[in-house]
Design a protein around this ligand. Sequence first.
Ligand code: HEM
Length: 155
Amino acid sequence: MAYDIFKLLHLLGVVLLLGNVTVTSIWKLYADGTRDPAVIGFAQRLVTITDWFFTLWGILLLVVGGYGAAWLGGMDPLRDAWLVWAEALFVLAGIIWLGVLVPIQIRQARMARGFAAVGVVPRDYYRLGRLWIAWGVVATVPLLAAMWVMLRKGW
Ligand code: HEM
């Protein structure tokens, strides 16, 4: 029973994390497409807010549930190859997120605060937006690969 609860938490985390990453990219693309500073500024603010609500909680649940289930199920996260692979892929996605995506978001959020005053979206904002989408797709690949490894308990 306790094992199933941890696994459920783990899977809830996976759903929140992957769900937010994929859904956010679509509505952000459409918001940028309006070229309206008010819409884009609001969407940019929501990127930050949904990260706090969904990405962060997704990561926490994924980690607590995953390691809790592994511990209760007698699995070894340092020796069982499928777990080591999942951890490596998860860390890789995290490095891209923290090292590339979050810094881009911070720059865009700073720019967005100026939209209201000036009423014009700078060209650089759109360039960063395209970069953010491209790197977001790159960061999703290791997460999908981790899902595959988890389901198959190996490649
Ligand atoms: C970070 C380290 C991770 C640990 C320690 C971990 C641990 C676990 C454990 C113990 C299970 C239960 C296995 C079973 O009941 O047979 C599991 C299942 C699962 N995990 Fe992870 N996991 C990790 C990362 C991930 C990631 C990054 C994803 C996907 C983004 C993921 C997706 C899944 C899925 C879909 C299942 C259900 C597989 C099934 O029952 O067939 N896990 N994980």
